[in-house]
Design a protein around this ligand. Structure first.
Ligand code: FE
Ligand code: FE
Ligand code: FE
Ligand code: ZN
Length: 179
C-alpha cells in the first residue's frame, strides 16, 4: 500500500482497526468464558455486542470511501490476543485469573483508544465529518469500556490479593498458601 497522503494513511489505519476489531470479536467470548466474577463476564459479553457495532461503523466508513476494509492484519492485536490466550492457559486461582483478564483487556482498550484517536483526528483534518463522528463514538465506547474495567478491578484486584476461603482452610491442614 502506497502512503502518499494523510488520506492513504487514514485508510491504512482504518484497515488496521478493522482487523483489530475482528480479531477481538473472536477473543472476547473466550475471555468472558474464562472470567469467574459475574460482573466481569457481563462486561466482556457487553463489549462483544459493542464491538459488533464498532465493526459496523468501520464498514459504513469504508462504504462511504468506496474502499474494501480488508487487506491488513493488525499484528499488535494479534500479539495482545496471544498474551490473553497465554494467560488463560495458566493454572490460576479464579480471582487472580480475573485480575489478569482485566490487565489483558485494558491493554487492548488502550491500543484501540490510540488507534481511534488518530483516525478520528485524520477524519477531521480530511473533512470527513460523518466518519469523524462515528469514530468519536467508538473512541468514547472504548474509553467507557476501559473505565468499567478499572472500576471492576477495584474489587477484583483486592480479591486476588487475599487468599481464598478454600486456601485458608487448606493452610490449616497443610501450611502456607496453595499458590
Ligand atoms: Fe473496539
Ligand atoms: Fe494495529
Ligand atoms: Fe507484552
Ligand atoms: Zn474495545
Amino acid at each position: 500500500m502506497e502512503l502518499k497522503s494523510l488520506k492513504d494513511l487514514y485508510v491504512s489505519e482504518l484497515k488496521d482497526l478493522y482487523s483489530a476489531e475482528n480479531q477481538l470479536l473472536k477473543a472476547l467470548p473466550k475471555m468472558a468464558k474464562a472470567a469467574t466474577a459475574e460482573p466481569l463476564k457481563k462486561a466482556f459479553t457487553a463489549h462483544v455486542a459493542e464491538t459488533e457495532g464498532q465493526v459496523a461503523r468501520l464498514v459504513e466508513i469504508f462504504d462511504e470511501l468506496g474502499v474494501s476494509p480488508k487487506g491488513k492484519k493488525c499484528k499488535a492485536m494479534e500479539g495482545l490476543v496471544k498474551e490473553g490466550a497465554e494467560l488463560m492457559e495458566e493454572d490460576a486461582d479464579s480471582d487472580v485469573m480475573d485480575a489478569g483478564l482485566i490487565a489483558a483487556a485494558q491493554r487492548v482498550e488502550h491500543y484501540e483508544m490510540a488507534g481511534y484517536g488518530c483516525v478520528r483526528t485524520y477524519a477531521e483534518l480530511l473533512g470527513e465529518k460523518s466518519a469523524a463522528k462515528l469514530l468519536q463514538q467508538t473512541l468514547d465506547e472504548e474509553g467507557a469500556a476501559d473505565k468499567k474495567l478499572t472500576t471492576l478491578a477495584q474489587k477484583i484486584n483486592v480479591d486476588a490479593e487475599e487468599p481464598d476461603e478454600e486456601e485458608v482452610a487448606m493452610s490449616g491442614a497443610k501450611s502456607g498458601r496453595r499458590r
